[in-house]
Design a protein around this ligand. Structure first.
Ligand SMILES: [Fe+2]
Length: 214
């Protein structure tokens, strides 16, 4: 796992549960990425199991839960994690339409915009608004670590799903080509589900994705 000069590193916890949308429910494993040093951290998404996430945070100060988007399999443990730690929940406002279906009893603590920066120690996480899988889907780029947290926008093997409500294939392709494929080839991609990949590994496959339409 990458590590900054001041010791900010990335850790992974995988949690399991379900994803529900449009009347269907599916079993899923989700990646929870923890970025921090010995004293403080942020987490990218808070799915399924608050105890597993809180155990990985340990006695560090959890400053924020950064939501890649508000599908229920990415925020289902958010309320418990934020209430236990005092962490602030960050969301792009275009995903409030999804958030309100999953967490109608609370609001995000902060709404972020494209270009915002969240600092953890000597590492900057730059917010990239990458709609398509969800209207407010965001990726977080940490240049100092050479890492992109891609949520459900880009996986090993292609774009995130766009067949359900509030998703759009041309929009996700535009986000990937104009924002993510601008990053250096060696940028490691840590997605919301499954194995890591890199920008250089995925870029050559764009034509296949366009031809198959997903
Ligand atoms: Fe999703």
């Amino acid at each position: 796992m990458p590590r900054s000069p001041e010791g900010v590193r990335v850790e992974l916890v995988v949690t399991s549960g379900t994803f529900s949308l449009d009347g269907g429910t599916w079993e899923v494993d989700n990646n929870v990425w923890i970025v921090g040093d010995d004293h403080e951290c942020v987490v990218v998404d808070a799915p399924h199991s608050a105890p597993a996430i809180l155990a990985a945070v340990g006695d560090r100060r959890l400053r924020a839960v950064l939501c890649t988007h508000a599908h229920d399999d990415h925020v289902s443990a958010l309320a418990q994690v934020c209430d236990a730690t005092g962490a602030a929940a960050y969301l792009h406002p275009a995903d409030l339409v999804l958030w309100e279906r999953v967490l109608p009893e609370r609001s995000p603590d902060r709404l972020f915009a494209d270009g915002d920066v969240v600092r953890v120690g000597d590492v900057e996480l730059q917010v990239l608004h990458t709609p398509g899988h969800a209207p407010g889907a965001c990726c977080f780029h940490a240049p100092a670590l050479g890492v992109l947290f891609s949520g459900d926008t880009l996986f090993q093997g292609g774009p995130g799903a766009t067949g359900r409500s509030f998703s759009d294939f041309p929009t996700i392709i535009d986000s990937i080509t104009t924002r993510l494929f601008e990053l250096p080839d060696e940028t490691v991609v840590f997605p919301g589900h499954g194995a890591a990949t890199s920008i250089g590994q995925e870029r050559p496959h764009l034509r296949e994705w366009l031809d198959r339409g997903h």
